[in-house]
Write a protein that binds this ligand. Structure first.
Ligand code: EPZ
Length: 417
């Protein structure tokens, strides 16, 4: 199992390019199931989750052709097996995103229920409820969702809570339904908008993406298109935090601050100087950050996927920060690992109280989930001495070429097998 060895103390500086967004690419690749024509993608991130999704789609009969480094062509014309097996789904819960497109395109689907995961139970009841409202007959047997529908019918759906992939699944299914679907309480995340833009370029009729009411007029069929995946705002925020905590001066390229208002605001509150250019962001950090409190909530509020990274920078900031996690019930597992580095963190229910300490000491720590592992990298960059992070397969799911990018910025990091 790979580990990451970090020698703390380097001040990050220089430039690095941000990759395409994992959480936009995952639903957008599934959109190729909705048409028999090839769909071309660019700026696709090189991530394990993306390779897993491509293996799953190929398993169903979809033609997968790589076009250079970040290009891809998917041909849904040969789709012949609307099944997502447990083997595939257990390593990547986002595989549930094939459910809506398969029911809409083939009239049936058999998709393994994603198990829970480290950060929470993460059920998919809203995905199922929405498809049932559109006329799908759904049963859950032996850990699989079986869905059937001769043709989905447009419906008015209001999800019980804001769900990103729930909104995405239902929006994709509605594209080929008979009539209009209205999704209320829809997720407003930028990745939902990127998916909607891709679907519209394929001939879908969608309005309201990015607001909490999305209207989709079903059409008979969709056609091929070309779509460039939006930049990864969470990868961007993660590198901003890494630069901030080391007192660095970095410029992130091929990205935008457009979807990171709350994260940029918090980093400025912490004392960073941030300059936003057309497709890049520059951060100049102070010698020591000031503690910043935050509360996660659905977009446009502070993203839960940046919570762990901010816990890490608060560990060595001046003052006390309160971090409130409102989306997932168990997303503080990085706290125990940060404590091994000398952090002072108290968990009280969905609140974490972080008291900044003068310094952290390198140690061996273990990654537990994707963003938790990012927080350990950030802490390792500023801890004194060596930090060894185990189980970094979590990192590889969501951060492309992480050691190359950090090394380019001056970090002393290497992967040990
Ligand atoms: C997406 O997960 C992201 N993943 C997550 O990013 C992100 O943390 C999350 O949205 C919240 O922003 C992808 O886009 C692939 P939800 P998703 O449905 O869609 C509950 C990362 O680090 N819920 O918005 O699975 C659920 O338990 C990952 O890149 C139900 O109860 O999250 C959670 O408490 C981690 N029933 C809340 O809603 C449902 O049917 C929000 O979940 C659906 C969700």
């Amino acid at each position: 199992m790979d580990k990451l060895l970090i020698q703390g103390g380097a001040v990050l500086s220089g430039e690095v390019a941000i990759s395409g967004a994992k959480n936009a690419a995952l639903p957008i690749l599934c959109a190729a199931l909705l048409t028999t024509e090839p769909v071309h993608f660019t700026n696709v991130p090189q991530l394990n989750d993306i390779s897993t999704m491509l293996r799953l789609l190929a398993d169903m009969g979809v033609g997968v052709t790589k076009d250079g480094v970040d290009g891809l062509t998917l041909d849904g014309g040969k789709l012949n097996n609307p099944v997502a097996s447990y083997e595939m789904v257990k390593t990547m819960r986002a595989a549930i995103l094939v459910l809506g497109p398969l029911v809409a395109r083939c009239g049936e689907a058999r998709v393994s229920l994603p198990g829970g995961c480290a950060i929470g139970a993460r059920p998919v009841d809203q995905h199922i409820k929405g498809l049932q409202a559109m006329g799908a007959e759904i049963s859950v047997e032996h850990g699989y969702v079986h869905a059937k529908a001769s043709r989905l019918k447009g419906a008015r759906i209001c999800t019980d809570m804001v769900t990103v992939t729930g909104t995405e699944n239902l929006m994709m299914a509605a594209c080929l339904a008979d009539g209009e679907t209205v999704i209320e309480n829809a997720a407003r995340e930028p990745e939902v908008v990127d998916l909607a833009n891709c679907l519209v370029s394929m001939g879908a009729r969608i309005s309201g993406a990015g607001t909490d009411v999305i209207r989709i007029q079903g059409v008979e069929k969709l056609h091929g298109a070309t779509h460039s995946i939006m930049p990864d705002r969470i990868e961007t925020g993660t590198y901003l935090c890494a630069a901030a905590v080391t007192g660095g001066d970095v410029r992130l390229l091929k990205t935008s601050a457009a979807y990171l208002d709350t994260v940029v605001d918090k980093l400025m509150d912490a004392g960073c100087d941030i300059t936003v250019e057309r497709d890049s962001i520059r951060l100049v950090a102070p010698k020591r950050l000031k503690a910043v409190s935050l509360r996660t909530a659905p977009y446009p509020a502070f993203p839960t996927d940046m919570q762990a990274q901010f816990m890490a920078i608060n560990c060595v900031a001046e003052g006390v920060a309160t971090i409130r996690e409102t989306i997932f019930e168990n997303r503080f597992m990085h706290a125990n690992e940060l404590a091994r580095l000398g952090a002072d963190i108290q968990i009280e229910g969905s609140n974490a109280i972080v008291r900044g300490v003068a310094r952290l000491e390198g140690a061996t720590v273990m990654a537990t989930d994707l963003r938790a592992s990012a927080s350990l990298v950030i802490a390792g960059l500023v801890a004194q001495g060596e930090t060894l992070i185990d189980r970094i397969y979590h990192l590889d799911r969501g951060y492309a070429q992480i050691e190359e990018k950090l090394t380019k910025l001056g970090a002393i990091v290497k992967r040990v097998h």
